[in-house]
Design a protein around this ligand. Sequence first.
Ligand SMILES: [Fe+2]
Length: 237
Amino acid sequence: MATVVDAPILVLKAQDLAHTLLRNLPERWQHSAGVAQRAEQLTGTVSNPADAATLIAAAWLHDIGYAEDVRDTGFHPLDGGLYLRHRRWPNRIASLVAHHSEALCVASVRGLADRLAGFTREDTAVADALTYADQTVGPHGRTMTIERCLDDMLRRHGPDSPNAQAHSRRAPLLRAAGRRVEQRLSTSTSTPLALGSRSGAGSAAGWTPARDDSYSESGLGPCPMLPSSGRAVHCGG
Ligand SMILES: [Fe+2]
């Protein structure tokens, strides 16, 4: 069971902003709440409470670029990062949002790599955990395998989309991040922290995670095996 601690102001502000911007996009709001809840479960993979708060705040905010009030270039990771930077959120949060889930691969296809390069891409446990959380929660907050999530993404965006064009380069990077997070989880002795909301990320959103019943349970919930490694990996959209 997670240890409940006082939620940092950063996380509460992130949750409130995400709710304000995404309240008219219920699918995206449910997904964001699910990703934040997943991020809470992954705090044992990062090194300190500050990183944990950064991870959960970024999880709440990672998809605000879909909001009408945030949309600029039409590429949601970049738009989210630009919005947060303009409003003087911490650079690290803005950059994690801008680069979440290997956004650079898609940005390159869309001709936006130069603009995304204005944000620092970090190769850290926090970035891995954010990507992992995003890729283990589907559009409505349903947990799913990474392969199912990738299939869902390709179906939603279409075979000729920038996402599809970036797929061969991006998918291996997403899977590798998943393996690193699973490795850290297997060796972590830290207790996950419930930092994500006033009463937990899921309940705060009026949301409980929809589960794919075809998957077995482990410490984090549905837990399919990743064929390439034989390790249990959660995957999603
Ligand atoms: Fe997402």
